[in-house]
Ligand binder design. Structure first.
Ligand SMILES: Nc1ncnc2c1ncn2[C@@H]1O[C@H](COP(=O)(O)OP(=O)(O)OP(=O)(O)O)[C@@H](O)[C@H]1O
Ligand SMILES: [Mg+2]
Length: 257
């Protein structure tokens, strides 16, 4: 690697100064963590995949008008992004009860939520990223009400888009975490999607996984699953068969997932 200045090293990525002012390079590592960094390991090739996946998803989101920090992929492990002022809030969007949400509220894992639920967590590892309300966020000046409105709108749009995209390949988007930042250009500021969207930050379940984990279900036998519009009792998803890195699937990276 060249003699670029390193700005930051996190659990999943290293940030370097970019070639032009206002840009940074995100280097995707193979390091994996779970349970808020209490469990660590490496998954060979994870960084390469996450770099690609985040490039793909951010590009698609840009195409439908969701502003993102993504500029271009540079190589297997690196991408160029616009430097933003990260809003210290992790936004989690949930479609199905799982993980910490199920424990906290006593809602069985796999229960389809009556509507998508957006939650905010204060980005602070020492405090274990505690859940906060809009009141905390605006009172402490982490984001303004207008910023939060923009974030919420974008989060729901991203959720709709990703839900459809994953369903097309037989994967259920259970929940995911995103981060936003402020991008300054001339006198203007706008909120853009930052960080990454990859299996590290998404809880993904295989629609074809049988509850006993024994491979695919035969076609047509998935009644009750895969439909959010069932008129009877809400469909439940099996706990098994989730996909995603150890962070996403065990609720680590996304401490609160
Ligand atoms: N466009 C951007 N400009 C500036 N900082 C960014 C940008 N996109 C992401 N970041 C920040 O870069 C860091 C990425 O590193 P990584 O994902 O490894 O962090 P982390 O270990 O998850 O920890 P944390 O998010 O708590 O810092 C994060 O702190 C993220 O908020
Ligand atoms: Mg991160």
């Amino acid at each position: 690697m060249s003699r670029r200045r390193q700005i930051y090293e996190g659990k999943a990525k290293v940030l370097f100064e970019g070639p032009e002012p206002g840009t940074i390079v995100q280097y995707f590592k193979d390091d994996a963590s779970a349970f808020n960094n209490k469990k660590k390991g490496t998954i060979t090739g994870k960084g390469v995949l996450n770099n690609r996946i985040s490039e793909y998803l951010m590009t698609k989101l840009n195409e439908i008008g969701v502003p993102t920090h993504f500029v271009r992929r540079l190589n297997m492990r690196e991408q160029l992004v616009r430097e933003v002022e990260i809003i210290p809030i992790e936004v989690i969007i949930r479609n199905i009860a799982a993980g910490g949400f199920s424990k906290r509220l006593g809602i069985a894992e796999g229960t389809v939520l009556p509507r998508s639920i957006v939650e905010y967590y204060y980005k602070n590892d020492e405090l274990n990223d505690p859940m906060v309300s809009e009141e905390h966020i605006t009172a402490f000046g982490w984001a303004a009400t207008q910023d939060l409105d923009d974030m919420m709108q974008m989060a729901l749009r991203i959720n709709d888009f990703l839900t459809g995209l994953f369903l097309g390949v037989q994967i259920r988007l259970v929940d995911f975490k995103i981060e936003f930042g402020r991008l300054y250009k001339d006198e203007e500021m706008r909120i853009v999607l930052a960080d990454e969207i990859s299996p590290d930050n998404c809880r993904l379940w295989d629609l074809n996984q049988r509850e006993d984990g024994q491979g695919s279900l035969p076609p047509g036998s998935r009644t009750g699953r895969g439909s959010l519009s069932g008129s009877r009792s809400p469909p439940r998803y099996p706990r098994r068969g989730r996909r995603g890195g150890p962070q996403g699937s065990q609720g680590g990276a996304v401490g609160a997932l």
